[in-house]
Design a protein around this ligand. Structure first.
Ligand SMILES: [Zn+2]
Length: 199
């Protein structure tokens, strides 16, 4: 039997085809693969399922300042959020820059770091302070938040901030007591000196 040399056989989907047909189909297939790849890349910016945002307690100045790429300084968009994370009532967004593709962490509240490097968000401390001021606890706050459709506060997070704020309130109270005692002492000394001069 007169067989063609092996390197001259062109097969496409389990069938023998001519070289011209093979090259035409291969080229069309490569074009399709490239197209699928480019569509996949372009949809990486905006995931099919966007995270829900909803009602939040947001410091707009902090959010506005944060919506800038740390690498190329392009303006970031809330439409490019890939991931969200609640930390008490503060929220962290992971936003992909449309220009340089870097991932940026954006927050809805300002924060300071405690001695262990953990972030203490201002909004959580303010909620604890407000609760102490109003004489209510975490349950009452959460009833209020539930009606506002704001995510409820985790009890552990609330207690942590209550302790932090409680210490600060105690220190301020101690200082003001100390200042008041000092002022009274000065006034008494002044009065004694005046009395002595009158005698
Ligand atoms: Zn960028």
């Amino acid at each position: 039997m007169n067989r063609l040399p092996k390197n001259k056989i062109f097969r496409w989907k389990n069938k023998n085809v001519s070289e011209a047909v093979y090259l035409k189909r291969k080229s069309a297939s490569d074009r399709m693969k490239r197209k699928i790849e480019s569509v996949r890349e372009s949809t990486e910016f905006s995931p099919v399922k966007k995270p829900r945002l909803g009602t939040r307690l947001v410091n707009l100045d902090i959010l506005r300042a944060g919506l800038k790429c740390k690498t190329c300084e392009s303006v970031l968009s809330l439409n490019d959020i890939l991931e969200t994370r609640m930390i008490g009532e503060a929220e962290q967004y992971k936003i992909k820059c449309h220009n340089c593709l870097d991932l940026n962490d954006v927050y809805t509240s300002d924060y300071s770091n405690d001695k262990n490097g953990r972030k203490i968000f201002n909004i959580n401390s303010r909620i604890a302070l407000g609760a102490i001021d109003a004489g209510i606890g975490c349950n009452q706050i959460n009833k209020f938040f539930a009606d506002l459709n704001v995510p409820i506060l985790n009890d552990h997070t609330y207690k942590r901030h209550e302790r932090i704020v409680g210490l600060a309130v105690e220190n301020v109270a101690k200082k003001s007591c100390h200042d008041a005692a000092q002022a009274e002492r000065h006034q008494t000394i002044e009065r004694i000196e005046t009395l002595v001069q009158m005698v």
